[in-house]
Design a protein around this ligand. Structure first.
Ligand code: ZN
Length: 309
C-alpha cells in the first residue's frame, strides 16, 4: 500500500458564515473557488471548494459553512494547523497583504529551517503559509495576489496529539518517512506523489482534548490515483484492524473514511474524476452543483441557502 498514497488531497473545515468564508479564501488568500455544492449528508449546508485553477488534488481547501455555529476549542486529537505553500521570498508580501485585509494572529516563525507565517482564519482557524519550492505547481492569481506570491497548494498539516506514537506508525504504514524533530514536533514526509507532502505531529501530553466547532478541521484527505489503488489501501487498512467506511461517491472523487488512533478523521480520496466533470474549467465553482439525488429538490435547496457571490 505504501506506493499508493500521493500526499494530501484536500482538507475540510467547519465554518460559520458562508459569505465571510467564501471571501476569505478567494479575496484574502487568492484561491479559486472550484466548486459550489452542498454537504452531501446535509444539503441545507454548502460545501465550498477552493484551490488552484483546476482544483488539483493537494491544493483543495473545502469548507462546510454552517452559518451560526459555536467556534471549536483547540486541543489534542485534531489537525491543528493547515499549511499552504507559497513561493520563496513571498512572506513579506503576505504579511502586508493579510494585515491590509484585517487578518489577525499574524506571527512569523520557522520550523526545520522553513520560514512560516501563522495567521487566523475567519472562524479562528489556525493556518500558516510556508515558503517552499514550487515543484511545478502554479498558483491561481488575481484578487491582488500575483504569481510570485500566490498559494501553490498545501504544504502539509500539523496535528496536535496527546500521544503521537500510534499516528506516526500509521503514517509510516501509509508510506510516510519519519523525519527530523524540533521541539515537540516530528516531521513525516512522503517522497513520491504531489507536493503536499508533510505531516508534522506535535505531541502535547498534558493538553486538553479539542472540541470541534467552527474553525476546526473536520477531516483531512489523502490522495490516491484511482479507485483500484483506493481499494488496495482500504484492504490494507482493514487487515491492520482499522474500521473503514465503504467507498462513497462524492461526485468529484471517491472517498473512504476512518478514525485514527490520535483522534483525527482521515479520508482517502481518488484523484479521479476531478472537478471539471460537470463544469468547464473556465467556469468552475460558479453555479450551484447538486448530486443527482438532490436535483429534484433544487428549488427548495436553493431557497434555504444564503446567496454567495
Ligand atoms: Zn473530504
Amino acid at each position: 500500500m505504501e506506493k499508493h498514497i500521493k500526499g494530501l488531497h484536500h482538507v475540510t473545515s467547519m465554518a460559520g458564515d458562508a459569505n465571510q468564508n467564501n471571501r476569505f479564501f478567494t479575496d484574502t488568500l487568492g484561491l479559486r473557488r472550484v466548486k459550489k455544492t452542498v454537504n452531501f449528508d446535509a444539503p441545507e449546508v454548502y460545501h465550498l471548494y477552493f484551490g488552484d485553477e483546476h482544483g488539483t488534488p493537494g491544493s483543495v481547501m473545502t469548507t462546510f459553512p454552517f452559518g451560526q455555529m459555536p467556534r471549536g476549542t483547540r486541543g489534542t486529537g485534531e489537525v491543528g494547523v493547515t499549511e499552504f505553500a507559497v513561493p520563496k521570498g513571498s512572506l513579506g508580501f503576505w504579511q502586508e497583504h493579510l494585515t491590509t485585509k484585517g487578518v489577525t494572529g499574524l506571527k512569523t516563525d520557522s520550523f526545520l529551517g522553513e520560514a512560516r507565517l501563522n495567521f487566523d482564519g475567519p472562524d479562528g482557524d489556525d493556518f500558516a503559509l510556508v515558503e517552499a519550492e514550487d515543484e511545478g505547481r502554479i498558483a491561481w492569481t488575481g484578487d491582488g495576489v500575483g504569481s510570485g506570491e500566490g498559494i501553490l497548494g498545501f504544504h502539509g498539516a500539523r496535528f496536535r496529539l496527546r500521544d503521537a506514537a500510534a499516528t506516526g506508525e500509521l503514517l509510516q504504514f501509509m508510506g510516510y518517512e519519519k523525519g527530523e524533530r524540533e521541539g515537540a514536533v516530528t516531521r513525516y514526509r512522503i517522497e513520491d506523489g504531489n507536493a503536499a507532502r508533510t505531516i508534522d505531529l506535535e505531541e502535547l501530553p498534558s493538553a486538553g482534548q479539542a472540541q470541534q466547532g467552527a474553525g476546526s478541521v473536520h477531516h483531512i484527505a489523502f490522495a490516491v490515483e484511482d479507485r483500484a489503488a483506493q481499494l488496495e489501501v482500504r484492504k490494507a487498512l482493514m487487515d491492520t484492524g482499522y474500521q473503514v467506511t465503504p467507498v462513497i461517491d462524492r461526485d468529484y472523487f471517491w472517498a473512504i473514511y476512518f478514525r485514527t488512533p490520535g483522534g483525527v478523521l482521515f479520508e482517502i480520496a481518488t484523484n479521479e474524476p476531478g472537478f471539471d466533470r460537470d463544469e468547464d474549467t473556465a467556469h468552475l465553482g460558479e453555479a450551484l452543483k447538486l448530486p443527482e439525488r438532490y436535483r429534484p429538490f433544487r428549488a427548495q435547496i436553493e431557497k434555504g441557502l444564503p446567496e454567495i457571490a
